[in-house]
Design a protein around this ligand. Structure first.
Ligand code: HEC
Length: 558
């Protein structure tokens, strides 16, 4: 039952009631909408995400209830209007849709009564499915690639037997990156020819844990705990993008506070004004018509220009925000094969030698572009080290995230295996540095001003740092198994920020004390690149919802 009271409470009285609790709105800070959250089972509930979306707006603001079961939106963040209210608390939902009128002069009180759900399967995160489903680590790691394009729900809720699953997995392997069910894109060329039988074992396991032979799962569906304490002291803004098929893979914020995003599935560079929610999209010319569209990495160079890796379009682009013009750099024809894939671009130190790095996923290699001459060089690290021809037979090795140090030497993450690689800018010499944890699958990372490389160890559930000066690694585990951190970045205070590709949680880790805060996002979120804006105090965290067409701003209150 919903108890909606239009009670007008004096601002001063409200402020007092929050000043003693753990909620960190300042005592003087007026609130515009507040209330208690309860359920019959738990009474007052901590850690419930309450989201308010203004009528006709693309912005949704979320706060989390504190240990007294109280949520509160600060007044300066909800302008006068009608808001629709939604909640996230696994196992629960609102009994019926709720809307509320907010006016700055008269703060609204809205108590929310949650009802327990008998079927929670539509609410489980990928991590919760993996906690619940019986299977080995290897079997579960086998679906780690599936979460790129959609959640695991559709797999564990499916009714496919093993034969059908083999067929499904063959079909999936034919999709290009930058696909999701809203915008499937077929690969023009396979990196590896698809042999259906290689999926048989995994298909048998999936068919044993889905609904192919039972009407209800025979294993209990387990859930992660709701946020408590510090993890409730946060405000989250989601900006819905105008195109539902937008895939904001990478989001970064420039010095003026403008957010920029790449679109993993379409030819756009996106710009977002966080104050108004206004989105401007700049169409990027196609390089290779008929090839899958989209870009991945987005980087700002020292001159303020924005670079993007153009994936299967084969090349990179540079955008000048002052002239709003693109400069395109397609790969030269001799290296522009059907598998050419520039996921990453690295202009950070191009002023050293006039050269910009990019990876080439299709050849498990790297290119370097000399901007003055327009010439591309190619590096095939695994071939150079005798680990295969440099093509398809390089074992599991790959070149994923890349980062340049202050001398424009390149470091790359061997996502297929367990190494950080290095290409010497002067000599081209290549070496591999194995991470202390085996099978860590290092994915994405960034170099700091002290030439320390921070990167996420995807399948090891760890984040790590390589001090490139002494080649020493340090690793930190994230607390929740199956987090599958994609990326990590340190903030100005030394806290590390990473995001889970499976648990809809943003993890903030203090490497000195080991203290960890896990912030729950309001919706199912396909987290990729993470970004911290250090110009605010506390810092502001940004991430895209790659399969959910929204850009997310997370403001910790401490
Ligand atoms: C590159 C993107 C991509 C990846 C990776 C991917 N899928 Fe899909 N998946 C899709 C798309 C697009 C659809 C919807 C269109 C379709 O069904 O072909 C889909 C739909 C599905 C469906 C529902 C349709 C059906 O036939 O039941 C299942 C089940 C599924 N995927 C399983 C998997 C599994 C298992 C994996 C990992 C081994 C996986 N997917 C990896 C893109 C992907």
């Amino acid at each position: 039952m919903l108890n909606r009271r239009g009670v007008i409470i004096a601002v001063a009285a409200l402020a007092v009631s929050f000043s003693g609790g753990a909620f960190r709105l300042h005592a003087q800070e007026p609130v515009s909408l507040t209330g208690h959250i309860k359920s019959d089972d738990e009474g007052l509930m901590e850690g419930v995400a309450v989201s308010a979306r203004r009528a006709g707006s693309n912005m949704t603001l979320t706060v989390i209830s504190n240990e007294k079961g109280v949520y509160a939106f600060p007044q300066n963040r909800l302008e006068a209007n009608q808001y629709s209210i939604t909640v996230r608390a696994v196992g629960y939902d609102l009994a019926s849709p709720v809307t509320v009128a907010v006016s700055p002069q008269s703060p609204a009180t809205l108590d929310l009564q949650l009802r327990k759900l008998s079927d929670i399967s539509s609410q489980l995160t990928n991590a919760e499915w993996l906690m619940s489903v019986p299977g080995t680590q290897q079997q579960k790691n086998g679906v780690s690639g599936c979460v790129s394009c959609h959640t695991l729900q559709r797999i564990f809720k499916s009714g496919h037997d093993a034969d059908e699953f083999v067929q499904v997995m063959v079909r999936m392997a034919g999709y290009a990156p930058g696909s999701n069910p809203l915008k499937p894109q077929r690969r023009v060329d396979q990196i590896e020819p698809i042999k259906p039988e290689r999926f048989r074992k995994q298909a048998e396991w999936l068919a044993a844990v889905n609904l192919s032979s039972v009407s209800k799962w025979e294993y209990p569906l387990k859930t992660l705990p709701r946020p408590i304490g510090r993890a409730t002291r946060v405000m989250i803004t989601e900006y819905d993008l105008p195109r539902k098929v937008a895939m904001p893979h990478d989001v970064i914020v420039d010095v003026s506070g403008t957010a920029w995003y790449s679109d993993f599935g379409s030819q756009y560079l996106g710009k977002l004004d966080p104050r108004t929610g206004k989105v401007t999209e700049y169409p990027i010319p196609e390089f290779k018509s008929g090839f899958p569209q989209g870009s991945l990495d987005i980087e700002i160079d020292k001159d303020g220009s924005i670079w993007q890796g153009m994936m299967l379009q084969g090349g990179i682009v540079k955008f000048d925000p002052r002239t709003e013009k693109f400069h395109t750099f397609p790969l030269s024809p001799n290296i522009n094969s059907d598998v050419a894939q520039q996921a990453m671009v690295m202009p950070a130190s191009f002023t050293v030698d006039g050269k910009v790095w990019m990876n080439n996923v299709g050849i498990r290699g790297i290119h370097r572009l000399d901007l003055a001459s327009g010439k591309f060089e190619t590096f095939r690290p695994y071939q150079a080290l005798g680990l295969g021809s440099g093509g398809m037979d390089t074992g599991g090795h790959s070149v994923y995230g890349i980062a340049a140090d202050s001398k424009n030497n390149l470091y790359f993450m061997d996502f297929g295996s367990e190494n950080i690689g290095r290409v010497d800018a002067q000599t081209g010499r290549i070496k591999l540095l194995p991470t202390p944890t085996r099978d860590s699958h290092p994915r994405r990372g960034h170099m700091d001003v002290e030439d320390r490389l921070w990167f996420a160890e995807y399948l090891a559930d760890k984040v790590a740092m390589l001090d490139t000066k002494n080649e020493k690694f340090t690793e930190w585990a994230v607390p929740t198994k199956w987090t599958w951190p994609y990326d990590v970045v340190p903030d100005k205070n030394g806290d590390l920020w990473t995001g889970s590709m499976s648990s809809d949680r943003i993890v903030r880790l203090n490497p000195k004390t080991g203290q960890v805060v896990e912030y729950l996002l309001p919706r199912s979120t396909n987290v990729r690149r993470v970004f911290v804006d250090n110009s605010t105090t506390p810092v502001t965290f940004w991430v895209g919802n790659n399969n959910g067409a929204s850009v997310i701003k997370l403001e910790p209150l401490d």
